[in-house]
Design a protein. Structure first.
Length: 96
């Protein structure tokens, strides 16, 4: 969630607030909140000078979010494939 604070008409402050429980629910066992916090500099205020900067920041955040979700989904798929590979064996059923 993006939070905007207007100190005066010339300065905007933006901070990203994370909902850790929702992130962990969507991506269990990946510690995804760490990735989100790092990527979005969560809870850190960022100063923007004008509405164009806000528009740019919003677009950047949207692109980063999409990429991060794609990466997390790929990691989930890879973990599933790895578990399948680890549990594979070459047993042969006897036909007597």
């Amino acid at each position: 969630r993006i939070i905007l604070n207007l100190s005066d008409m010339s300065t905007l402050f933006v901070s990203n607030s994370l909902m850790g429980t929702k992130i962990e629910k969507a991506f269990p066992n990946l510690k995804a909140t760490v990735a989100f916090s790092f990527l979005f500099k969560a809870e850190e205020n960022q100063r923007l000078s004008d509405l164009r900067s806000l528009q740019k920041k919003t677009m950047e955040t949207s692109l980063l979010l999409g990429n991060l979700i794609d990466v997390l989904e790929e990691i989930e798929d890879a973990k599933g494939e790895l578990l399948s590979l680890i549990s594979a064996d070459f047993s042969v059923d006897s036909q007597t």
